[in-house]
Design a protein around this ligand. Sequence first.
Ligand code: GDP
Length: 453
Amino acid sequence: MLDALTDKFNNVFRTLSGRGRISEENIREAMREVRTALLEADVSFKIVKDFTEAVVQKAIGREVIKLLRPGELMVQIVYEELVNLMGPVDTRIYYVQPPPTVIMMAGLQGAGKTTTCGKLAKYLVAKGHHPLLCAADLQRPAAVEQLRTLGAQLGIPVYTDDSKVAPHGEVAKGAAVSVCRAAIAQAKQTGRDVVILDTAGRLHIDDALMGELREVNTQLKPHQVFLVLDAMSGQDAVNSAKAFNEQLEVDGLILTKFDSDTRGGALLSAKMITGKPVKFIGTGEKLDALEEFRPEGMAQRILGMGDILQLVTEAQQKFSQEEAQKLQEKMEQGNFTLDDFMAQMGQVQKLGSMDRIMKMIPGMSQLTKQMNMGDGDVERQMGRMKAIYNSMNKRERKNPDLLDGTRRRRIARGAGVELNEVGQFMKQFEQTRDMMKAVGGMGMAGKMNLMKG
Ligand code: GDP
């Protein structure tokens, strides 16, 4: 995700940090490179120009050139401007009384609208809601079927009306509105508090499509309208967003396919061009691959600074309360053993592919690159760590200080790894243990600061 952009930014900052002092010309030169990087990422020209100019002005205003280590402040300024470009964003969904809250989803065919309906429904269930999905893309039986399948997978009811589906002809006027209205009525009867409308999508924007969406919008007055856009399609996505937004009162954008090789243009241009913020991003085909969008986290990721808060949020969702509690106690008591270390690794693996996690940890995306670790290498490394752990006996695991040279050699043989890998493994464990001790000793307030920092 946005790797090319991150690489370019890192190069620019490396050059700037390499200098003791910098001149205004150095800053302008660096911004020329940033400008190229952003244009290559398919950000619109005007935005790029305004962005780089804002950075230069801020840098001059804050007297970056007088500093001994100007690079750090430059990173900070670019970070702030990236956050300004994408935010502010309020990802909260406002629920109405009496229920149901009606959410309308719009977007071009293939953008990922139907999948995102499923993801959003799952997201709402996790927050304690009871959504109902409504299949209102009546021209495409496949879309109706797809939503039914998603609903079945998630155990969430789907309202459909096959008698109104018209694959080969015009969808009857008012049919989409009547299907949506019936879904809302059903939600009321069955106690579902949110209705998600999967409306029509076409390959291109046309009058018929817009007419149908406008009709749903004006007659049913959905409480929120989300526009689903394919981040891979860059400026095209933003342009179609503009067109949709002129016809519907869009509340927020959802950009999909962030796991693919997107260049970032859509994300960085969307807010400025449409005036509407990106509220969620889709990061995979699976139904849990939906993230609330936080400009701060995204700016950190773009600048290769990681996104710890996102990790913490996901960890809170996926680790069981009990496991988290246990770890907390261990931290406070300072008796962190190899068993805990491996258990923690297992926990971390629940967050998804290690490669993805590494990118969210500050500095790690650079490190894995420097070490030439590609996709899958981190997973393999985890496999080797497990093999080492499995080759130890119980006493050794409880008391790693026992591990002298002879024992380490035996373990390496057992695990089928080099002797120095056992050493590395132990070092990693010791570092984690030290960190745990430090964090454990800090008390709650200190830990909160660590997360914020
Ligand atoms: P619709 O025509 O807009 O309803 O699009 P679909 O929901 O059918 O999605 C089109 C394709 O995009 C499907 O193959 C989805 O699996 C895929 N897709 C949707 N969201 C994401 C995402 O966040 N990441 C990836 N990689 N694929 C996605």
